[in-house]
Design a protein around this ligand. Structure first.
Ligand code: MG
Length: 160
């Protein structure tokens, strides 16, 4: 059995007049995440964790924000492209752990839906994905409702 691990991090600015997408789920809130794509910080961190484990660089290299093809793109489509790279490598997701850091909105009511959505997009069982959501205790940009950040860590396995 061969194993690989990868880590991903992302932060996006929260602004008014944008929808809020986290894990390809639209969450009702007065603000949304600014970004060249739909700003889905969770999916971006997840893509970077997968790309990291595969030693394939990062999301910015793969989907440059200078490329008009990616303007306003649903991040679920970016994850689909990363999933193809994963499938090509022969590795499978062993487990995936995610931390969303958001002062607002309260994400507990949406965690189940986010989990189901991500499992469907990645073709994995629910017992290999864990989603944690926490506030930033009112501190810094996240605590002041200016941003939402996310960490993701993935373990991949092949063979055996
Ligand atoms: Mg991003």
């Amino acid at each position: 059995m061969q194993y690989k691990v990868g880590i991903g991090y992302d932060i996006h600015r929260l602004i008014e007049g944008r929808p809020l997408f986290l894990g390809a789920v639209k969450i009702p809130y007065i603000k949304g995440l600014l970004g060249y794509s739909d700003g889905d910080v969770l999916i971006h961190a997840l893509c970077d964790a997968l790309l990291g484990a595969l030693a394939l660089g990062d999301i910015g290299e793969l989907f440059p924000d200078t490329d008009p093809e990616y303007r306003g793109i649903a991040s679920s489509r970016l994850l689909g492209i990363v999933k193809e790279l994963l499938d090509k490598s022969g590795y499978k997701i062993n487990n995936l752990d995610v931390i969303i850091i958001a002062q607002e909105p309260t994400l507990a009511p949406f965690k189940k839906q986010i989990k189901e959505k991500l499992c469907a997009l990645l073709g994995i069982e629910q017992d290999v994905l864990n989603i944690k959501a926490k506030t930033n205790e009112g501190l810094g940009a996240v605590g002041h409702l200016e941003a939402i950040a996310c960490y993701a860590m993935v373990s991949l396995a092949k063979g055996g």
